[in-house]
Design a binder for this molecule. Structure first.
Ligand code: C2O
Length: 590
């Protein structure tokens, strides 16, 4: 919980300012964000005009090395001239690349096949992990046991399967054509397709090991109340599904906390309610456009980690951290990307993340996949069930049925769980001296008495409040359907090896404890430790990313549609003082 004493000072380079009424924050107009610092290396465009689209591939395949040789990448994020990210070159995998110093390079094969998806007729049906029967469980345990028993240098062995994730997530590969520029599958539009394909091959290998071509992974149905505990099938120490490196305090029947809130101890029912509201926010309110849900574009030569989508931040990342063992250096296994795949629960967790992609597409006709060719043609390498190295493209994984699997239909219990305002809005006119002041008055008072300038970049060591101008007020429903009002927290600079979380509230005029079932809760940024550190003597370099939060629903709930600015509060939860913020603004996005 954020204690009041921690709330007062922000590390702002502002003159002393009167404390706000709730001693919570200082206020200023958000200054124009400074030009975002590029990640490493500096991004400099090699092309000079649109006519060079064709040449660009040459650049990538050959001359790109020259362009990159000076430590420069090619292309800008969002650059219309960019090209898809290519599958990594396994022969150049960097064995000491990870934050742990762990070698996670897979065995190397010079022969690469372009993978053909061959559905076997019978769909693999993924079922909720808490509802599987004994016969299925026996098969699943046997398959993982056999996978664990494969020789360590077999790319299908359990340890190598975990390494696949490690290599793509912890900086073992450079982008092809861009020496020194790390390839990263998190915090961008590659998050969903990479993990879908990764699970696809993992599942087929397990099935092959037990001679069952309809074998399917289970999914951890954490979005439903009876699935909101660590599934019991993973907790038997004598089973192949067990992993000793998990948080001992989070064993069944402890309810999952998707918000990683160590602040209070809600009742079981309250925790479930908060989780359901968080699900609604991440799947609906915060997922009105494709990039808001799936993450931002990441193209060849572009900086890694342009920005995660709603599902990736939470609950995906929060569940990683919730499961991992806090007594381990990096929260191993699930709490850090290099080791996450060593816990069999990883695959059930990601099966549900993947299921959410499917669920989202069915929620609204507006929820559609990217059609951008740079996304569709991004490719990855995996080993298949016959240990062949195969190249697959994003465009091949958009429909689970085409990959031969599907999800059992289950309830969507969060679909009506939209958050409600924490402070009951009081009618403006009925406000008398004895009744509490209206929200509008409270906000006006807060804004009036707060002063001082928040200067960016801002080191987030305690709570910070900023008023942010809205580009347009009183928008019609048609406007809202066309464009989502989006709060952009940009230039988030952090060291990826740290476990980090900060929350964003809007119009928290009571300076109270806002929870995920309150409308004021706009969302969170969460970092699961990962990243490369080739030179052990040097500190890992910081990277930057962006957090984008859809706030149209929130503004409606809080009756702020007509206000021309809003009060935004940033609350560091994990890693105080270890995150810098480049700027905050509101834009309309589609
Ligand atoms: Cu690649 Cu859940 O992480």
């Amino acid at each position: 919980m954020v204690g009041m004493s921690q709330l007062i000072s922000t590390t702002l380079s502002s003159p002393a300012s009167p404390a706000c009424p709730f001693q919570r924050c200082r206020r200023s107009q958000a200054t124009a964000p400074r030009r975002l610092r590029a990640g490493r290396p500096a991004v400099i465009s090699c092309e000079s005009g649109p006519s060079e689209r064709v040449d660009r591939r040459e650049v990538l395949l050959g001359l790109g090395g020259m362009c990159a040789a000076g430590g420069l990448g090619v292309g800008r994020r969002g650059d219309a001239l960019a090209l898809p990210i290519q599958a990594p070159n396994l022969s150049e995998c960097q064995t000491s690349g990870t934050s742990s110093g762990n070698n996670c390079c897979p065995p190397y094969s010079a022969t690469i096949l372009d993978y053909k998806f061959t559905p076997t007729g019978k769909l693999r049906v993924r079922r909720p992990a808490h509802k599987v029967d004994e016969a299925y469980l026996a098969k699943y345990k046997k398959a993982v046991e056999l996978m664990r028993a494969l020789p360590a240098d077999d790319p299908r062995s359990f340890v190598q399967q975990a390494n696949v994730h490690c290599a793509y997530c912890d900086g073992a590969y450079d982008q092809v054509g861009f020496p020194g520029l790390e390839l990263q599958v998190h915090e961008s539009w590659l998050f969903f397709p990479f993990h879908r394909l990764y699970l696809h091959f993992h599942e087929r290998i397990l099935g092959k090991l037990i001679g069952d071509d309809s074998f399917a992974l289970p999914f951890w149905n954490w979005d439903a109340p009876d699935g909101m505990i660590l599934p019991r099938i993973y907790t038997d120490p004598s089973s192949s599904l067990y992993d000793p490196l998990r948080n001992p305090a989070h064993q069944p029947p402890e309810v999952l906390d998707m918000d990683l809130d160590d602040g209070d101890a809600p009742t079981r029912q309250k925790q479930i309610e908060r989780n359901l509201s968080l699900m609604y926010r991440q799947m609906v309110s915060n997922a009105k456009t494709t990039p808001l849900f799936m993450g931002l574009p990441y193209r060849a030569g572009g900086n890694l980690k342009p920005g995660a989508g709603s599902m990736e931040n939470s609950p995906h990342s929060s569940i990683h951290i919730w499961v991992g063992d806090p007594s381990q250096p990096d929260g191993e296994d699930m709490g850090t990307f290099y080791a996450a795949g060593r816990d069999p629960i990883f695959y059930a967790h990601h099966a549900n993340v993947d299921r959410m992609w499917q669920v989202w597409k069915k929620l609204s006709p507006r929820n559609v996949d990217f059609t951008d060719r740079d996304w569709l043609d991004t490719s990855f390498l995996f080993y298949d069930e016959d240990a062949r190295l195969v190249r697959v493209k994003v465009r091949d994984c958009l429909e689970p049925e085409k990959l031969g699997f599907t999800y059992q239909e289950v309830d969507i219990p969060w679909i009506k769980k939209r958050a409600t305002p924490r402070a009951t809005p009081t009618s403006e006119s009925s406000s008398t001296s004895s009744s509490p002041p209206s929200r509008k008055k409270r906000r006006a008072k807060l804004l009036k008495s707060a002063g001082g300038a928040v200067t960016f970049p801002l080191t987030l060591s305690s709570v910070a409040c900023i008023t942010v101008k809205r580009p347009k007020v009183s928008r019609s429903q048609t406007d809202k359907d066309k464009e989502e009002e989006t709060l952009v927290v940009e230039g988030i600079e952090f060291n990826p090896k740290n476990r980090l979380k900060f929350d964003v509230y809007v119009d928290d005029t009571d300076a109270g404890e806002v929870k995920p079932d309150d409308s004021e809760f706009a969302g969170s940024f969460i970092n699961v430790p990962h990243g490369r550190n080739h030179d052990k003597k040097k500190k890992m370099e910081p990277v930057t990313t962006t957090l984008r939060l859809g706030i149209t629903d929130l503004l409606e709930d809080l009756k702020l549609d007509d206000d021309d600015e809003v009060l935004v509060t940033l609350i560091p939860r994990k890693g105080k003082g270890k995150i810098k913020i480049g700027g905050i603004r509101i834009e309309l996005s589609s």
